[in-house]
Write a new protein. Structure first.
Length: 700
């Protein structure tokens, strides 16, 4: 028996980007474990990735190219050769491109976070083809945009410093489920005497383990932050020196905050004024004592109408109290802006010879149903789906399904499994998993460049995304040198080796070691130096004014709330949010039996007062609905959901739910205030007992 250990990286959409060690015996991966030497992974993996070998060797892996033989959505296919598959795809795309290349659309996101298997060779191909661009907004763009206006880039507190904080506010996230290695640091801070406060409409696993939980209404985070500012300024819990040296627009901010006394903030948020005052005092007084205070800001905050402004407003708080002076102070939303990723080299935008329209992935339901027009351009005639599962994850799912059901839409799907989206493919192509290909990674929760080495040979006839797009480029006669680059050559271009942060990045060295930390200061803004136009934390942003936004922090009510839309709220009185289930990652891992077994089936958490009004008992099957659609789940009557809120942990594959639907039947395609991002948590619904016929289906 020959045994080896291979260095790899978790590819999934999670801030932790764990360093992996893969044990391979006679060509079979027998163990996936965390690298004990990697400072953030520290040998610990989440339940999902610890079972990654189970996913790679899953009996339902797609192993061969296939062509649809049934109706769209039926999921009936016949095996074909790679030569047939590539030939048919190239012929269909070539015919469309000859008439209207922008009628072709890539649809991809973070099924892998890799810089190579994500958007490198694929983007080169679509640039050369002249296809439409995809606006990849579905997760982080609202928050990233608001944060950039304020801080300048997605740079913040280093994960490795949080254990030294004395107060940690976990705002809009559930790190036990989705940021495990931050939670490890927060727990260490707690053991050292730090106070942990969770701000979340739902009492999540994380909120249960914090000292305090503030259960505000969805979409009201900016109002809470403004109320905190009112108290901080009114009680002079400020760092005047830091404000004078390293911020812009304090006097204007002061006037805005004066409008938001604790009573107004509390009424907007659905909490008490005492909670607003106490939170501000905890934060300001700890900073005044010279203690590090930190905010872990997450993406739950931004999935509402005012999501970008909410992030922008919260991001102002550390500069007010001088929290950035400390390595363990400040705020982290994402660390991705710290990395000198060389996307121009990876994607070769110069291959595109004509201007391109941009399609927003969040509005794919509407856009697939649009006909050609001068405003929209040509009707979408072909979609190539990779690293994504739009039938499960895109909002207003009924329209998404209608679009993919079009007989005249040519759909290609690159996948590991026959997902909801794969069922609608005309050609279905087997892609490799992380154990079977090469990749390079940045992270959005720590500061390490990461390498992934192929541990095993591809299963069946599976191919890396890169190789599939190389084959398509060759068949279509694209002979530019960039289409002949190997995966190692692509990975060697992943980071700018001339950038001081990359410390003379070298791919061969990174492959051997597995990871390398960026050259970054422990406290990035201790002495200012923000990457904004002014070089300061911008309480007042001229760029926002130029872009049509309020230049100061403000509050924007949700689209769907009693405050902004009382008529709709009378019809659909319950707010709904759909955060990730602990054992799933977006729609990944749903088909792994052991993980799905842990989640059991789709549940809806509902407060006892709301369930009583609807004669719903714990364990009843309920129908959740609004004008967009409906889905069925089993009720869990619990005070984890605040009154007026229901929570559907997500994202289930539709085919594995009892009624063939999931929460995105009821979510909206409306976009956020900035960043053109989705409003998943800006949703009103009604709940009723499900009809007996809807209860009769069994979960697969």
């Amino acid at each position: 028996m020959t045994t080896k250990q291979v260095r790899a990286t978790c590819p999934h959409d999670c801030p932790d980007t764990c360093a992996l060690l893969i044990t391979v015996e006679d060509g079979i991966a027998t163990q996936v474990k965390g690298d004990p030497d990697h400072p953030t992974t520290a040998g610990v993996l989440c339940t999902k990735v610890a079972r990654y070998a189970e996913r790679t060797y899953h009996p339902e892996r797609l192993l061969y190219p296939m062509r649809r033989v049934g109706k769209k959505g039926e999921g009936k296919f016949e095996r074909i050769s790679w030569d047939e598959a590539i030939g048919e795809i190239a012929a269909r795309l070539g015919a469309i491109a000859a008439r209207a290349p922008q009628a072709i659309l890539p649809y991809s996101y973070c099924g892998t976070m890799g810089l190579v298997q994500g958007e490198s060779m694929s983007t080169r191909f679509f640039n050369r083809l002249g296809a439409s661009l995809l606006d990849r907004t579905i997760c982080a763009m609202a928050g990233a945009t608001g944060y950039k206006y304020t801080i300048g880039a997605s740079v913040g507190t280093d994960l490795e410093q949080f254990q030294d904080a004395k107060l940690i506010i976990i705002w809009g996230g559930n790190p036990i489920a989705s940021n495990l290695h931050f939670w490890t640091r927060a727990q260490e801070a707690k053991r050292r005497g730090a106070k942990l406060i969770a701000i979340d409409p739902y009492r999540s696993l994380t909120a249960e383990k914090c000292h305090q939980h503030i259960a505000l209404l969805p979409g009201t985070d900016a109002a809470l932050a403004l109320g905190m500012m009112h108290v901080l300024i009114g009680e002079n819990l400020l760092d005047d020196d830091y404000i004078a040296r390293h911020t812009l627009g304090f006097e204007q901010l002061k006037a805005r905050a004066a409008e938001w006394n604790p009573e107004r903030a509390a009424e907007t948020c659905g909490i008490s004024a005492a909670e607003v005052v106490a939170l501000a005092r905890e934060y300001g007084q700890a900073a005044r004592r010279g203690e590090p205070v930190a905010i872990r800001l997450n993406y739950g905050v931004q999935r509402v109408r005012g999501g970008g402004m909410s992030v922008r407003t919260i991001a102002c708080l550390p500069a007010l109290v001088g929290a950035w002076r400390h390595a363990a102070g400040g705020v982290q939303l994402s660390s991705s802006g710290s990395f000198p990723a060389n996307r121009i080299a990876l994607q070769l935008p110069d291959l595109r010879k004509q201007p391109a329209r941009t399609i927003n992935m969040t509005t794919i339901g509407d856009d697939l149903l649009r006909e050609s027009s001068p405003a929209f351009g040509p009707q979408i005639e072909a979609v190539i789906v990779y690293n994504a599962n739009p039938l499960a994850i895109a909002p207003d799912s009924g329209k998404v399904m209608q679009g993919f059901l079009r007989d005249d839409l040519f759909t290609v799907v690159l996948e590991h499994f026959q997902t909801d989206s794969a069922d609608y493919a005309d050609i279905l192509l087997p892609a490799t998993t992380q154990l079977e290909h090469v990749d390079a990674h940045l992270a959005y929760g720590h500061l390490y460049m990461m390498a992934n080495n192929a541990a095993i040979a591809p299963m069946g006839e599976a191919k890396p995304n890169t190789e599939i797009f190389r084959l398509l480029a060759a068949r279509m006669g694209f002979d530019e040198p960039g289409f002949r680059h190997s995966d190692d050559e692509l990975a060697a271009q992943a980071f700018d080796s001339k950038d001081a942060r990359a410390v003379h990045f070298d791919w061969e060295s990174l492959k051997q070691r597995g990871w390398q930390k960026l050259n970054m200061p422990d406290a990035p803004f201790a002495n200012g130096g923000f990457p904004t136009p002014s070089g300061k934390c911008e309480f007042y942003s001229a760029a926002m004014l130029h872009d049509g936004h309020d230049p100061l922090p403000t509050y924007t009510a949700p689209y769907e709330s009693a405050f902004d839309n009382p008529e709709l709220a009378r019809k659909y009185p319950l707010a709904m949010i759909s955060p990730p289930a602990r054992n799933f990652l977006n729609s990944s891992f749903v088909n792994v039996k052991s993980l799905r077994g842990s989640e059991d089936q789709p549940y809806l958490d509902i407060h006892p007062a709301d369930s009583a009004q609807r004669d719903v008992a714990h364990g009843d099957m309920v129908r959740i609905f609004n004008d967009r659609g409906s889905f069925v789940a089993k009720a869990r009557v619990t005070d984890k959901a605040r009154p007026g809120l229901v929570v559907g942990l997500s994202v289930w594959w539709k085919k594995l739910a009892s009624d063939g639907k999931n929460v995105n039947e009821v979510t909206s395609q409306r976009l956020t205030d900035m960043g053109r991002a989705p409003t998943f948590y800006d949703t009103l619904v009604q709940v009723e007992k499900a009809a007996p016929a809807e209860e009769s289906h069994e979960t697969v």
